[in-house]
Design a protein around this ligand. Structure first.
Ligand code: ADP
Length: 280
């Protein structure tokens, strides 16, 4: 479904990710994890067609992404970005209806089937109760669910989610991850999701790619990739992986940062020693 061949990505000549070789199967829930700035959003942008690779090729169903028109791409793939600004005073329903644009001719009215698809997307994301309210009058968590409804109304084959659980209450974080996993299973939706919380990756993804220092440094089932040793190495924090109620959890050992092997500030700043004030 999605294949990356020797892909290099970056901005203005600055390389962010190199030597990317990935294959993601239809119906797979594929996680991207890695420290801030490791390139998760950059990779999602490239797969969404919003960022052209410096080198290499990205294929969607055997077709090169660069050969697809934006309309064709919007029928195949939807992306839920981290921060979406919207200055229009549209209602929630009007926003979600935009998801049907790639599926109909210009100026063509929404069909009955389009309306059903929109209502279903509103219902699945629990945004139906405020469908007639202005998008401007929603909380950031409610708005996040509206953007997901818009993405679902597109009826894509591939759904790209950039930190979808940010801004959401715990219950909606779980609901959204359960929803996309069930769509992957029942409708063969391919899901690529960047997650900063490793526990979500451990619990919900089929496979993960761990990004660090410009490369994929580990790829595979989350239990195999997200080990105590690798997490400590990449995130510089000591963790324990514990079993509880049949599930595995990654628990950080608070305050137990491992030493940074390459401090950015030459030598670092000396930390004050407790109990030793000036002259003490
Ligand atoms: P992540 O999603 O893992 O936090 P990003 O993909 O957002 O990482 O960023 C990877 C690197 O690319 C960072 O060094 C970031 O500063 C840089 N970057 C991200 N977006 C842009 C941009 N639009 N222009 C220039 N550099 C960018």
């Amino acid at each position: 479904m999605i294949r990356l061949e020797r892909v290099r990505l970056g901005y203005d000549g600055r390389l962010v990710l190199r030597d990317l070789e990935l294959e993601i199967a239809p119906g797979e829930v594929f996680g991207l994890v890695g420290p801030n700035g490791s390139g998760k959003t950059t990779l999602l942008r490239a797969i969404s067609g919003r960022l052209s690779p410096h080198a290499g090729a990205i294929y969607l169903d055997l077709r090169r992404l660069s050969e697809l028109s934006s309309r064709e791409l919007a029928r195949e793939l939807a992306m839920l970005e981290q921060e979406i600004s919207c200055s229009f005073d549209f209602t929630v329903r009007e926003i979600v209806e935009l998801g049907r644009l790639p599926h109909r001719a210009r100026w063509q009215r929404l069909s009955r089937q389009d309306h059903e698809i929109v209502t279903r997307a509103l219902w699945l994301t629990d945004t139906l109760p405020f469908a007639d309210r202005s998008i401007q009058r929603l909380s950031s968590g409610e708005r996040q669910r509206v953007w997901l409804a818009l993405a679902l109304a597109q009826e894509p084959k591939v759904l790209l989610l950039d930190e979808p659980t940010a801004h959401l209450d715990f219950n909606y974080q779980i609901e959204i991850m359960e929803l996309v996993c069930s769509l992957a299973q029942e409708q063969n939706l391919t899901v690529l999701v960047s997650l900063h919380d490793l526990n979500w990756a451990l619990h919900y993804t089929d496979r993960v790619a761990l990004l660090s220092e410009g490369r994929v440094i580990a790829l595979g089932e989350p239990e195999r990739v997200l080990t105590e040793k690798l997490i400590e190495q990449v995130f510089r924090v000591r963790v324990r992986i514990v079993d509880g109620t049949g599930e595995r959890y990654i628990v950080p050992l608070f305050g137990d940062l491992s030493p940074n092997p390459s401090p950015k500030v030459g030598g670092g700043f000396p930390l004050p020693v407790p109990g030793r004030g000036p002259g003490g």
